[in-house]
Design a protein around this ligand. Structure first.
Ligand code: SAM
Ligand code: SF4
Length: 352
């Protein structure tokens, strides 16, 4: 195993250690977890600059030749599903709608994988004009990120005045059948007081709202545990306007704890990534836009799958690299531990 000195994160080339790994095609790790959910980041570019994610100037551009092509993405996705037991694929970024060939990527995956759920996480800007084409290409569902329905609050959090476009995108996605729509909102001081209004909007739009505790993945490295808004803070605010009763998780690997709103059937979810860590149930594996494999959001170990692809690696070689990367996945993130250091890449550069 060679570690290439490129600064952090440490990019590894060569086959990771498989010591003690049973002979299984699945993406198993040393703690018995199996990755079934593949997150594919397809770009670092974005139409927003959310304070908890991106630097004001955006991420440094990835040179075109370093970005995985649509054909390379399709090859990796198909291989992961056919040979490694991946059951669900989600495209993310950066902002996936910034890629003009998004429909080709989805269409290419759908042609080879007629039964695999293909989903996308998006900020919704421009979705209004592409929702139908994406559905026709084979996209099944979307999660739209929307932190507030207050226009000034939206601007403060995203540094852009684009709330109307996001709302139009959600509406178009519903009409195109990209359902059920989930809305993701990061819990911040700026949107806490508007949380009940956001929930009301989602109930009316027939979208399932999920709040996410802010993780230390902002490019500006300003996250501080002491300033964090927690799931408990949110429950207090929502409880003042709605009656919430525990509804459990959709399935054990779903990080969202759900609550019925005013007796249901509508629910609101809370992903307490920091205060109620769920690493022991994690079933994710990640591919970055520049072709690195990551086993965890918080690990700085990356594996260079792009180099393998471009040096003529066979499907078996790529699968072995992927299995080795996942075998070496760490047990958990340790955000709450003393001495925790955030990963070098921010959320937008990994793919959330
Ligand atoms: N641009 C798309 C979007 O915003 O949905 C996809 C990429 S974005 C990185 C994916 C998800 O990560 C979004 O739901 C976003 O809210 C979430 N996210 C970004 N930074 C985060 C942070 N520091 N903590 C928790 N969630 C974060
Ligand atoms: Fe862009 Fe999504 Fe990050 Fe916001 S959260 S800056 S929309 S990548």
């Amino acid at each position: 195993m060679t570690v290439i000195a490129m600064g952090m994160p440490a990019v590894r080339s060569g086959q990771p250690s498989m010591d003690g790994r049973p002979d299984t095609p699945f993406l198993l790790d040393r703690y018995g977890r199996i990755a079934r959910d593949l997150r594919v980041s397809i770009t670092e570019k974005c139409s927003l600059r959310c304070t908890y994610c991106m630097p004001e100037e955006g991420l440094p551009p990835i040179p075109v030749h370093e970005l995985l092509s649509s054909a390379e993405i399709v090859r990796l996705v198909v291989l992961a599903v056919r040979e490694m037991g991946i059951r669900e694929v989600r495209f993310t970024g950066g902002e996936p709608l910034m890629r003009r060939d998004l429909e080709d990527i989805i269409g290419g995956c759908r042609a080879e994988l007629p039964d695999t759920p293909l989903a996308m996480t998006t900020n919704g800007i421009g979705l209004e004009h592409r929702a139908r084409k994406l559905a026709a290409a084979g996209l099944g569902r979307i999660n739209v990120s929307l932190d507030t329905v207050d226009r000034d609050g939206f601007y403060r959090l995203t540094r852009r005045d684009r709330l109307d476009s996001v709302l139009a995108g959600i509406s178009a996605a519903g009409q195109a059948g990209l359902t059920p729509i989930k809305v993701n909102a990061v819990l911040m001081r700026e949107n806490l007081s508007g949380a009940a209004d956001l929930l009301k909007y989602c109930l009316e739009a027939n979208a399932e709202l999920r709040f996410i505790e802010e993780m230390p993945l902002d490019a500006d490295h300003e996250w501080a545990r002491a300033n964090m808004i927690t799931a408990a803070d949110l429950l207090e605010v929502l409880g003042a306007r709605f009656t919430l009763t525990e509804a459990g998780r959709e399935d054990p690997s779903d990080p969202a704890e759900r609550w019925h709103v005013d007796g249901g059937p509508a629910t609101v979810g809370i992903i307490a990534s920091v205060t109620r860590k769920f690493c022991s149930d994690c079933d994710r594996t990640r591919l970055t836009a520049d072709g690195r494999l990551r086993s965890c959001l918080f690990s700085d170990q990356e594996y260079d799958i792009r180099a393998a692809l471009r040096s003529g690696a066979s499907d078996d070689d790529i699968a072995a690299l992927w299995r080795g990367a996942m075998w070496n996945k760490s047990a958990g993130h340790g955000i709450d531990a003393a001495g925790f250091t955030p990963p070098e890449r921010s959320m937008g550069a990994i793919g959330g």
